[in-house]
Structure formats: C-alpha cells, structure tokens
Design a protein around this ligand. Structure first.
Ligand code: 8YV
Length: 327
C-alpha cells in the first residue's frame, strides 16, 4: 500500500510532484499554518512529514502518531524537533544543512552592513521627504571594512560570514564557540577564538549564528549588551529567543549599542513592540535562506531525505543516523 505523507506547508509544485511519485501526499496548497491539534490530527495516519521549521515534533506528538517513521525538516535549524524523542522511537529525523550556508551568510552580512550604515533609516528618511540638504553628520554610521567582526557560533554559516569579513572587507575576525576551529580553518581567516566576555567587549559588529537551545536562550540579554561598545552593531540571523528582545529594544532606545539587524524574533511572527518603535534597527521577516535557488535546493534535499527514509534508502542528511544503523 502506498505510504501516506504530509507536506505541512505550501511548497514548490515540482517538489510535490516528486513526492507524489512515491507517496500518497496530503499537501497544504493554501499554506495555512496548522495548529497543534490540526498537526496531530493530520499526522495520525502518516508515515512521514516534510516540516518547515515551525511545526513542533515532540514526544507527545510522536506517541499520538505511532505510524510516523520520518520527520524531514526543510531548514538547517531543528529546534522544532525533539531528536532524542525521535531516536528513541526509531523515527528518522533530517534537516537541510550546507545548501543554505552561503545564502544565509549573505543575508547576515547584508543586515550587518545595513545596520552599520543605517540603510533602512536612510530609506525611510528619503521616502518621508526629509532630505533637503547635505550635512556632515546626516545618517552618520560606522565602518564595516577594517573593523572587528565578532561571531558567536562558528559552524558552517559562521565560517561563511567570517570569510566574507576577512577576505572581502579586511576585518579582524574573533569568535566564540564551544569548540575551537581546527588551525587550518582559523589560519586563512586570521580568526581568533576568544571567551564570550572578550567577544562582547571587542566586537565592532557582532553576528549571532548559534543554534537555539535551552543553553542559548537569552545568550544576549541586558548584561551582555552592557558589555558591548556603544558604537557596535548586533545582527541575529540564528533564532529568536537567543536575544532577549525586550532588553535589546531598551539598549537600542538608550543608545547603549549603535544599531541592530534582525531576521529572527522571539515569538515570531510577532515582533516585540519596542523593536518596532526604535529607528536604529533593520528588521526582516526570517528570510535568511529566501533565494529561489536556495529554497529549491532546501526543498529538493528535504524531499530526498523523505523519499530515502521511507523507501529503505540512506537519507543524505540525517540528524540521528543511529536510527538508520538499527534498521
Ligand atoms: C528556514 C531557517 O527558512 O534553515 C533554517 O534554520 O531558519 C530558514 O532557512 C526557516 O526555518 C523556515 O523553515
């Protein structure tokens, strides 16, 4: 009998067609965001699901949906999936690393530059008709080239941002991560591992690229913001919840740091009202991986994972390969 799968949100027609060649697919052409109850109900008779990062897959859901064998996220971040709970139940979990690294790094760099050079403020100023004359200090910002780039989290995307900074913009790269990079990765970037306090104190532009977990919740709050330079910028392309958005809004309002660039928010798509009120923050709606080529590559990889996981193959990017070994 053909296995049933759920594609939780709207997706490229080509991806759906590929999946339909293997499975009986319930799709979501209206792209309605399923409630928890709806997700549970939809998954009761499914062998697999293509999630998009927003659907919570936890022990309770897995127990309610014992037929589920594969959870394939179309995202590199997988804080929506309880991987140990999947592993304990023999459910394959996958994500989409690598294919979005460079695109997301581009976005991080763009947000950092936009914050440092006050691009969103400048555009609002011009559109509002305030630009009447040149002034020496109109929208004066802070240099990116030659400055110190601080990276918190130095995985694939962190390293791609470091490359842009070091090789393209002559920046000194410092980073903090649980583990140090191998010397052969540090050397071409001139990247220096520092403790978190040094990172906060020395970075001119701090970019957050670490995964979200209980350990990284509010990794940047009032105490950390207080250690940063008043001329520094903060960019978050990782996950909402890593930054205490209320504390950041206060720091921006009081000029305790110069500016911020944010693609992710605590409780998104809601945005802390304090962030909407301050001018010195550039806000984008979680679009770090949103280029046509990259979203296609993410969809293809998620589909490859799902097809392999449910047809006895080897998914290219498993999060719990031990489940495959046990099959
Ligand atoms: C996704 C992301 O678009 O891959 C990730 O972790 O944050 C983005 O690329 C987002 O998670 C929605 O699926």
């Amino acid at each position: 009998m053909t296995q049933r799968i759920l594609v939780a949100r709207a997706i490229f027609p080509e991806t759906l067609a590929r999946l339909r060649a293997h499975f009986d697919v319930e799709d979501n052409p209206d792209d309605a965001v399923p409630t928890r109850e709806q997700l549970l109900a939809k998954l009761r008779d499914k062998a697999g699901v293509l999630t998009t990062g927003g659907e919570r897959i936890d022990a309770e859901l897995l127990d309610a949906c014992p037929q589920l064998r594969a959870v394939c996220n179309m995202a590199v971040g997988y804080n929506n999936i309880d991987v140990p709970a999947c592993t304990a139940r023999g459910v394959v979990a996958t994500n989409t690393p690598d294919v979005l690294t460079e695109t997301t790094a581009d976005m991080g760099f763009a947000l950092m530059m936009a914050a440092a050079r006050r691009m969103a403020e400048g555009e609002r100023y011009l559109r509002a008709g305030h630009w009447k004359k040149w002034s020496y200090d109109m929208l004066i910002g802070h240099d990116v080239h030659g400055s110190t780039l601080g990276i918190l989290g130095m995985g694939r995307i962190g390293q791609a941002i470091a490359r842009r900074g070091a090789l393209g913009f002559g920046m000194q790269v410092i980073y903090h991560n649980r583990s140090r990079l191998a010397p052969e990765l540090e050397a071409p970037l001139g990247a220096r591992w520092v403790d978190k306090a040094t990172l906060l104190r020395e970075a001119d532009h701090l970019v957050l690229v670490l995964p979200y977990s209980a350990a990284s919740h509010h990794a940047i709050g009032a105490a950390e913001l207080a250690q940063m330079k008043p001329t520094a910028t903060l960019t978050n392309i990782a996950r909402g919840g890593i930054v205490d958005d209320a504390a950041l809004a206060a720091a921006l309002r009081e000029g305790r740091i110069a500016a911020a660039g944010l693609d992710v928010f605590e409780g998104e798509p809601a945005v802390h009202p304090g962030l909407l009120e301050v001018p010195n923050v550039v806000l984008t709606p979680h679009v770090g991986s949103a280029t046509l080529a990259t979203r296609r590559a993410m969809a293809d990889l998620a589909a490859d994972n799902l097809i392999a996981a449910l047809t006895g193959g080897t998914p290219p990017t498993p999060l719990n390969p031990e489940v495959l070994a046990r099959r």
